[in-house]
Design a protein around this ligand. Structure first.
Ligand code: ADP
Length: 228
């Protein structure tokens, strides 16, 4: 059953690593344009939940449904096409490619989707403008600050026009001022494109940018919305 209006929905997710139950009946839902923060102590299963929702980790049981289609029922190629086309990712340490310039990094998801270099770099530049890092285009990731690099990573997550942006501790490596600016820009950009944001964080200050919080404890999440 998919709750009315959810873009992405998970129910009864279980995932074990050997004897460790990383997820033990987790549930989750997010609507288009909604920012949801997944909160909870370290080791509670937040990242595993995010990875299951994004189709990166396959749960042992339970379902993840995106736009009415169950991820686990899709062939691998279709699931990776979905990840490349409809999902964007921001990680704790930007994970930019060090050999490429910032513009080339932002353009990379478009290039992988077959967009020609000139057009990809033009779109990349527009997103870098919006994330206030336009002037860094020719620099390499090693030549920019942590906060700047993370804004470049956010631009990269948005460049393909994803419907869902997954952000795993996106401000975890930043000081509070830079972290808040990254959150402001990320949520503004997502709202302007009606993309959903699924954010893992343990910082209440970061979760304050969300519309709703889902708390994970011992692999179980309480997503109150889908119970109503
Ligand atoms: P959180 O993001 O809340 O810190 P995780 O989802 O990373 O929690 O981890 C949940 C539990 O699953 C932890 O006990 C962790 O050690 C374990 N775990 C997560 N990923 C793996 C893995 N790839 N191999 C073995 N154990 C893992």
């Amino acid at each position: 059953m998919t709750p009315a209006g959810s873009l992405l929905y998970a129910d009864a997710l279980h995932k074990a690593y050997g004897p460790t139950a990383a997820l033990d009946g987790a549930a989750f839902s997010v609507h288009a344009g909604e920012v949801v923060a997944i909160m909870g102590p370290s080791g509670s299963g937040k990242s595993t939940l995010l990875h299951c929702l994004a189709g990166i980790v396959r749960p042992d049981s339970g379902s993840v449904t995106y736009q009415g289609r169950e991820l686990s029922a899709m062939p691998d190629a279709e699931r990776s096409a979905l990840r490349r086309g409809e999902f964007g990712f921001v990680f704790q340490f930007g994970r930019l490619v060090p050999e490429l310039t910032c513009t080339e990094n932002v353009a990379l998801p478009l290039r992988l989707n077959g967009v020609k270099r000139k057009e990809a770099e033009r779109t990349a530049q527009e997103w870098m403008d919006r994330l206030e890092v336009a002037e860094l285009g020719h620099k390499r990731p090693g030549e920019v600050s942590g906060g700047q690099g993370q804004r470049v990573a956010v631009a990269r997550s948005l460049v393909t026009g994803p419907r869902v942006i997954f952000a795993d501790e996106p401000t975890g490596a930043l000081d509070s001022l830079n972290g808040e600016r990254v959150m402001e820009l990320l949520t503004q950009a997502a709202r302007s494109t009606n993309a959903a944001v699924v954010l893992v964080t343990h910082e209440p200050r970061v979760a304050a940018y969300s519309d709703r919080e889902v708390v994970v404890r011992d692999g179980r999440s309480r997503d109150l919305e889908h119970l109503v």
